[in-house]
Design a protein around this ligand. Structure first.
Ligand code: ADP
Ligand code: ZN
Length: 565
């Protein structure tokens, strides 16, 4: 059914659609011609031969003569009649038997066959193709992921069962797309999955399971798959997935941790062995309003502050950076050091209350996270979430002022805006900011395009589904050589190159020459990392560095310090 529909859809697109209009106009011309001949037939029969025929008989006569069927049951018996019949026959041959089929072939059949040939499911990647990424399923996440692959010059191929989508992606976006069923072993072989670097699977959970099984029956290339329901993770692993990414759960946690304003708890974003990269709101700590130097965080806990988030902008702090109450600190250190900081933050008397607007999968995951901390929260949704039996939201349209006011938004310390519609999210952010000017608002952007609008509407923090998803996929692909903080800032690990050995950090001029800063240093033979090492620290041969910088700075670092042998 789907194929017939997609075949028909071909005729409603681009050039084919224009041609279809031409065909309709031509058919209208033929109908008018037949009607004119029918009228002329009646007039001539009556005037030349005194015979009377109905209008229907006229139409019948015109069609049989034009199509050269000529049954011979109605004929003229006068010269003028013969001439008229001849003209009708010749015009029929020209308009009906020559131009019409020719038009149908050149306007529809030929382009259609050409189109089919271009996107044949049996189309193969050239033999010897290797190191590419095979992607099953296109959405905002894989789209963002593809952009990252393109920047890095990593080749990829997209497989989609939807012919229309394949044609559109290839024609409009210039992507390398193969149209075929992702569970067809021939398609799996045709995209050279066996020599691929990674397989990324991003369809529904049952489809993902099926694809993992098919790929595994063919080869051992690592597979990363996104999962809708975290409970399906086990099944996907069983089916052969190496990495299962519960994206909705991760996004829910990202939103939740950034929404709480007290009971300061560090949220680990990523880790390099024992070294954790974590976030903590300044608000819950005693450092609010102090400069980094006054706060003495490293001296008191051993943690390094490697970044400061403020209204979605991550900056690398200096000694004089003031820790604003609404900011989040990005920290590097061990779990014990993070615990020490949480202890310093201590219990807060003030009560936290988070409003979660939208109880879909992500809103529900955020609620679960807050439940475990525990932080009190109120869910608002206009509908029941059939897959959640644990939470009882307040039902109502969140865009209606009375719904939020009635639910007690004036008591909220934080708001998580997480509906599936970005326009609604922008509206809700603006409305929440208007009703509660000092509340902390964390909003979800379903499309990267809307991140700026959400900040403009007053969000303190925006989490973009596509960006987070794409970065997680990239981390998986690059075996976690770098951790994701935000678009444009990387934390990455490098072994010390020969040229740097024996120098101090200050003497190496890493920051001056590349813009990158050393976050932590692991000396040879030691398992613990030294976080935020002072400038006089000696870089010993065999050490491993963790650095922070923009992707460009990371590249410069590699060119300056790693391209030696
Ligand atoms: P996801 O699972 O990705 O979080 P969903 O579409 O399942 O996305 O969830 C979005 C939720 O937001 C739905 O439960 C929907 O009912 C809710 N929602 C959307 N618009 C509004 C609104 N104006 N007021 C209240 N809830 C809304
Ligand atoms: Zn729930």
């Amino acid at each position: 059914m789907k194929t017939i529909a997609s075949e028909l859809a071909y005729f409603l697109r681009g050039r084919a659609q224009k041609n279809l209009k031409v065909l309709f106009a031509y058919c209208a011309f033929l109908v008018i011609l037949v009607l004119i001949y029918a009228v002329l037939f009646r007039v001539l029969m009556w005037n030349l031969e005194g015979r009377e025929f109905s209008f229907i008989a006229g139409v019948y006569w015109a069609i049989t003569v034009m199509t050269t069927l000529g049954f011979g049951d109605i004929t003229f018996h006068s010269d003028l009649g013969y001439i008229f019949a001849t003209v009708v026959t010749i015009s029929g041959v020209i308009f009906l038997l020559i131009i019409l089929p020719f038009g149908l072939i050149s306007l529809f059949l030929a382009p259609w066959i050409e189109d089919r040939l271009r996107h044949q499911a049996t189309y193969e990647l050239p033999e010897g193709t290797s190191g590419h990424v095979v992607i099953f399923g296109m959405d905002a996440i894989t789209r963002a992921f593809i952009r990252k692959l393109q920047i890095r010059g990593i080749s990829f191929v997209v497989v989609t069962p939807d012919y229309d989508e394949a044609a559109r992606l290839e024609e409009d976006e210039g992507l390398h797309v193969i149209h075929g069923s992702p569970t067809d072993i021939e398609v799996i072989a045709a995209v050279r999955t066996d020599s691929a670097r990674y397989v990324i699977v991003n369809l529904s959970d049952p489809e993902n399971v099926n694809i993992c099984l098919t790929v595994r029956s063919h080869c051992q290339t690592p597979i990363a798959t996104l999962v809708d329901d975290p409970e399906h993770a086990g099944l996907l692993r069983l089916a052969g997935a190496n990495q299962v990414i519960p994206l909705h759960k991760i996004l829910g946690r990202y939103l939740a941790v950034r929404s709480t304003t007290c009971g300061a708890m560090a949220h680990v974003l990523d880790s390099f062995g024992d070294l954790k990269i974590a976030e903590i709101p300044v608000h819950g700590t005693p450092f609010s309003g102090h400069t980094l130097q006054e706060a003495q965080i490293r001296q008191r806990t051993g943690l390094g502050v490697i970044g400061i988030w403020e209204r979605g902008v991550l900056t690398m702090p200096t000694r004089d950076t003031v820790l604003a109450d609404k900011a989040l600190m990005v920290l590097a250190g061990t779990r014990e050091q993070l615990k020490a900081l949480e202890l310093l933050a201590g219990e807060k008397e003030e009560e936290d209350l988070i409003f979660i607007l939208g109880h879909g999968r992500i809103g529900c995951a955020a609620a679960h996270f807050l439940e475990h901390k525990p932080v009190p929260f109120i869910l608002v949704d206009r509908e029941e979430n059939p897959s959640c039996t644990e939470h009882i939201p307040i039902y109502g349209d969140a865009t209606v002022r009375n719904t939020l006011m009635g639910a007690g938004l004036d008591r909220a310390k934080g708001v998580i805006v997480t509906t599936n519609d970005d326009n609604t999210n922008v509206f809700l952010t603006l409305a929440s900011r208007d009703m509660q000017p000092h509340v902390r608002i964390v909003a979800r952007a379903n499309s990267e395009k809307n991140v700026d609008q959400l900040y403009a509407a007053g969000a303190d923090f925006v989490v973009s589904n596509a960006s987070v998803g794409a970065n997680i996929l990239l981390n998986v692909l690059e075996s976690k050589a770098s951790a994701f903080l935000t678009e444009g800032i990387n934390v990455f690990r490098r072994s010390l190159s020969k040229s740097l050995a024996g120098q101090t950090i200050a003497g190496s001029h890493i920051r001056v020459r590349t813009g990158c800063s050393i976050v932590a240093l692991t000396l040879p033979g030691e398992s613990d990392s030294k976080v935020s090492p002072p400038p006089e620290t000696l870089l010993e041969a065999g050490s491993v560095m963790i650095l922070i910088g923009t992707p460009k700075q990371e590249e410069v670092f590699d060119t300056v310090f790693m391209n030696e042998s």
